[in-house]
Design a protein around this ligand. Structure first.
Ligand code: NAD
Length: 479
């Protein structure tokens, strides 16, 4: 049985409670994990606080050296960890192994970037009365961080969170999704093997509520680094506000993918396919509303439907499968309910629209109008492409912005002036031009506006999120 990692030790729940972990493709129980108690969570928080003092006191190069050792060990375990991720998540094997490999590259990149982190030194003599004083800023760790990870990209998001968090001298307690904690347990074990001191990185398993609540409500948690749904993120924000915890919230999205009549239609179709079948469309930044100019809407819908009909769906462990299944059968039923509601509002199913267990068929919806829920705030976490027509640039921007979400967006057009004009008007954290919203670099400050989040995650921004600026002033040192 897999165990939590508390104080460097594989640990059972204090009361011995366990939860089953399933392979969503087969329904088999593949392992069990502890269902943590409040006592377990409180113990982890106390240990993380004690460990943080010593970890922050280590020179930065030493922390970087220890994490470099983590990368070296992890490189030898990519297939093992990727296969585990495939089984517990239902994402196809090539993607799962790719995500495990990405852990190594991304952690390495964070380590390199950390070595170039700079404080500031203010020019002397600019302000009257300050002559002779030397003023500088340094990055100070925030303390213990609760890193709460969703099910869809657990390894990638775990890596973004803990890399920046640990390098600057914070300690972390990871709360993986209750559905797929196994790959993260394996990765967390590597930190011990690499010599990272006990208590620096811990992991508690069990249900989001109450375990996530015990974590986020605790005064011992100084930062909540959350990725997940807007509903949960809002709860977490409220909990953290009671003790003024720092927060970074990466939440849901309903991204618009706008295709103008002068776009390369075949390329745009391929980008929709990629964005909707990867991880079975369970992607925060997936292009979830396909806005197509009316003059090319029919042609686009035909091409997309034809392309979806050729996507091979099957057992995620089979290398020939292009799309696997959703995280649970319940998730597939939720998508089904959303499709049924959209059809009841007048949409038509061009292909798909059904599920078998956790496998949701790639689906194209046509005759979707801008007043339907799916064109506004209904986030569909599955391989579904609703095609919504628009007449002109103004209407495209209106539909794109008529949602409470504001994560990403995409614009397809050969007219770059228009594409940039539209991108500037979209109220989102990012807009990709002639690329699906899926196209994300490790460097970029990733995050959302409105109900999609607070803060930016990525190598260029995360160090600022997980630290606080401290000013050091030396009086009359230059006098
Ligand atoms: P979720 O909100 O159900 O769960 C996310 C995490 O929060 C899990 O670890 C869960 O156990 C934990 N949790 C649940 N209830 C909690 C509580 N009351 N207090 C504290 N923690 C709690 O989300 P999910 O279903 O795992 O992931 C899908 C959602 O995540 C989608 O809405 C998607 O758009 C979003 N997402 C956003 C990003 C982004 O970067 N913006 C990335 C990936 C996923």
């Amino acid at each position: 049985m897999a165990k939590m990692i508390i104080n460097g030790v594989p640990t059972d729940a204090a009361n011995g409670a366990v939860m089953d972990i399933y392979n969503p493709a087969t329904g088999e129980v593949i392992d069990q994990v502890p269902d943590a108690t409040k006592e377990d969570v409180e113990r982890a928080i106390a240990i993380a606080n004690a460990a943080q003092v010593e970890w922050a006191a280590l020179p930065g190069w030493k922390r970087a050296e220890l994490l470099t050792k983590v990368v070296e060990i992890a490189r030898g375990r990519i297939d093992e960890i990727g296969t585990l991720l495939c089984k517990e998540t239902g994402k196809v094997i090539a993607e799962a192994i790719g995500e495990a490999a990405e852990f190594c590259d991304l952690l390495q990149e964070y380590i390199e970037a950390y070595k170039h982190l700079k404080g500031t030194l203010f020019e002397n003599g600019i302000e009257k009365g300050m002559d002779g004083n030397l003023i500088m800023t340094v990055h100070m760790p925030v303390g213990v961080s609760a890193c709460i990870v969703p099910f869809n990209y657990p390894i990638l998001l775990y890596c973004h969170k803990i890399s920046s968090t640990l390098l600057v001298g914070n300690t972390a307690i990871v709360k993986p999704s209750e559905y797929n904690p196994l790959a993260l347990i394996k990765l967390t074990e590597i930190f011990k093997e690499a010599g990272v001191p006990d208590g620096v990185l811990q992991l508690v398993t069990g249900k989001g509520a109450p375990i996530g609540e015990w974590l986020t409500q605790s005064e011992g948690i100084k930062m909540i680094n959350f990725t997940g749904s807007t509903a949960t993120g809002t709860k977490v924000y409220n909990s953290g506000s009671k003790h003024l915890a720092h927060v970074s919230l990466e939440m849901g999205g309903n991204d618009a993918f706008i295709v103008f009549e002068d776009a390369d239609i075949d390329q745009a179709v391929e980008e929709v396919v990629l964005g909707r079948i990867t991880t079975s469309g369970q992607i925060c930044i997936g292009s979830k509303r396909i806005l197509v100019q009316n003059s090319i809407r029919e042609e686009f819908a035909k091409k997309l439907t034809d392309r979806f009909s050729r996507v091979k769906q099957g057992d995620p462990i089979d290398p020939s499968s292009e799309i696997g299944c959703l995280i649970t059968e319940e998730a597939a039923k939720k998508v089904q309910k959303q499709i049924d509601e959209t059809v009841a509002q007048g949409a038509k199913i061009a292909i798909g629209g059904t599920h078998k267990g956790a496998f949701y068929a790639p689906t194209v919806l046509v005759d979707v109008t801008k007043d339907m829920d799916i064109a506004k705030d209904m986030e569909v976490f599955g391989p579904v492409a609703p095609i919504i027509g628009f007449e002109d640039e103004k209407e495209a921007v209106e539909i794109a912005n008529q949602t409470n979400y504001g994560l990403g967006g995409a614009v397809f057009s050969k007219d770059y002036k228009r594409a940039i004009r539209v991108a500037n008007r979209m109220i989102t954290g990012s807009v990709n031009i002639n690329a699906s919203t899926l196209c994300r670099s490790h460097e970029m400050p990733f995050g959302g506006c409105k109900n999609s989040g607070i803060g930016r995650e990525g190598i260029s921004s995360s160090f600022e999120e997980v630290t606080q600026k401290k000013v050091i002033l030396l009086r009359n040192i230059l006098a």
